[in-house]
Design a binder for this molecule. Structure first.
Ligand code: NDP
Ligand code: MG
Length: 389
């Protein structure tokens, strides 16, 4: 037998290459040099890391979103045959370059929306880490992807798990899905405890190492709330088909229940490189040397109900999803402001939910928003949330 499979290199643009997902994507690519070529790298404030990555991976183009760092990056790469641009507008332009096959969207927050839409518009396949894109404008993003024949390959581990369970089952209806949640560093704690926690405690996640914003979101369960909305759009589900179950060991990454009652789960050690590799390698499962799961080290896999009374963010996210329209966009913008304020010690841990809840009550509801309505809602919510703080 000889292998008839041709290896075609995929040209990849990594938006947010200097972040947690971005650097792990480059780890995957470094380990699979025959499968991928890096065409574009983008960063924001971490110019030195962006320069280092560019020298190692020799992309066609580098963009530094923070324009004050443009000259510095350009000078550092002047002896290399690499184009350098500055500013977010440049990111939305370079993602449309002909030689890109797949765009890995790993900018954090609302800031990632425009470049992802631009890449979809140009018909690029998307490996989506930036969940906020779907939370803010899931209807517009998924409709455009359908129109352009673009697949959105989930990078988020829970959604990758659901996707992996669905391969070979796309014609079978889903009854419901369960997104697993680790519960974060404050699982089992009460409001009295949470009222005095500091950012240093919230930044210590038990199972995952991630960027600061998503780590705080994981501690407050907002991350799971955003993921519920992300799942609704990715898999075309109704709100009542999505449930959350706390699973502190983070081994079962999520589950699908089909209409015959059968459930499929995807399991493995918590390591983001696996869902990243699956998203950019799809439909292939590429070999990896990631550590393997050992049953004897995890004799007990446990599951429990999420405490939405103490961790109100999860309930607020379900409310926003049920309300629909621009409500999830408000939820996201208010949360981005609240998390930034918590990270600057301006508000306490529980006040983050107050800011989100009051913003949802204040910003006017739009049932069928246009793209411009989402942009305006994001701006207005930021004003409202800042005033609350
Ligand atoms: P990080 O904060 O580690 O990285 C964010 C990246 O975006 C960095 O490259 C950063 O540049 C860049 N960036 C930040 N702000 C801007 C901006 N205004 N314009 C352009 N670029 C910007 O985040 P993560 O990697 O943890 O998360 C990225 C996305 O992936 C998030 O949406 C998150 O929810 C999602 N995700 C992350 C997971 C994880 O394990 N980390 C798991 C599942 C989903 P620089 O650092 O140079 O300033
Ligand atoms: Mg996740």
């Amino acid at each position: 037998m000889f292998d008839t499979k041709m290896t075609v290199k995929k040209n990849i643009a990594i938006l947010g290459s200097t972040g947690s997902i971005g650097t792990q994507t480059l780890d995957v690519i470094r380990a699979n040099p025959d499968a991928f070529a890096v065409e574009v790298l983008t960063g924001n404030g971490n110019a030195d890391l962006l320069i280092k990555q560019a020298i190692e991976f020799d992309p066609n183009t580098v963009v530094v979103a923070d324009e004050s760092k443009y000259q510095y990056v350009k000078d550092a790469l002047s002896s290399h045959d690499i184009k350098v641009f500055g500013g977010n507008k440049a990111i939305t332009e370079v993602v449309q370059m002909d030689n890109i096959d797949i765009v890995l969207a790993a900018i954090v927050g609302y800031a990632g929306l425009e470049s992802t839409l631009s890449a979809i518009n140009a018909g690029k396949q998307i490996a989506l880490a930036n969940k906020e894109t779907l939370v803010v404008a899931g209807d517009i993003v998924t409709a455009l992807a359908k129109q352009k024949g673009v697949n959105l390959y989930p990078v988020d581990s829970e959604h990758s798990a659901i996707f992996q369970c669905l391969v070979g089952e796309f014609h079978n209806p889903i009854e419901k899905i369960y997104l697993t949640a680790s519960g974060g560093p404050f699982r089992g704690k009460d409001s009295a405890f949470l009222s005095s926690v500091k950012k240093e405690q919230a930044l210590k996640h038990p199972n995952w190492e991630m960027g600061a914003k998503i780590t705080i979101d994981s501690a407050s369960l907002m991350n799971k709330g955003l993921e519920v909305i992300e799942a609704k759009w990715l898999f075309g589900l109704k709100p009542e088909q999505i449930d959350v179950i706390v699973h502190p060991q983070s081994i079962v990454h999520s589950l699908v229940q089909f209409t015959d009652g059968s459930m499929k789960a995807q399991m493995g050690l918590p390591d983001m490189k696996l869902p990243i590799q699956y998203a950019i390698g799809y439909p292939d499962r590429m070999k990896s040397d990631f550590p393997r799961f050992d049953f004897m080290k995890y004799p007990h896999l446990t599951f429990e109900q999420a405490d939405t009374k103490t961790f109100r963010n999860l309930a607020l996210a379900f409310d926003a999803m049920n309300k629909g329209g621009n409500a999830p966009c408000v939820l996201n913008a208010a949360n981005e402001i609240a998390v930034a304020a918590f990270l600057k010690d301006k508000i306490g841990f529980l006040q983050m939910s107050d800011v989100v809840e009051k913003s949802l009550q204040t910003v006017s509801h739009i049932a069928k928003p246009s793209y411009e309505d989402y942009v305006e809602t994001d701006k207005e919510t930021r004003r409202v949330a800042i005033a609350l703080i």
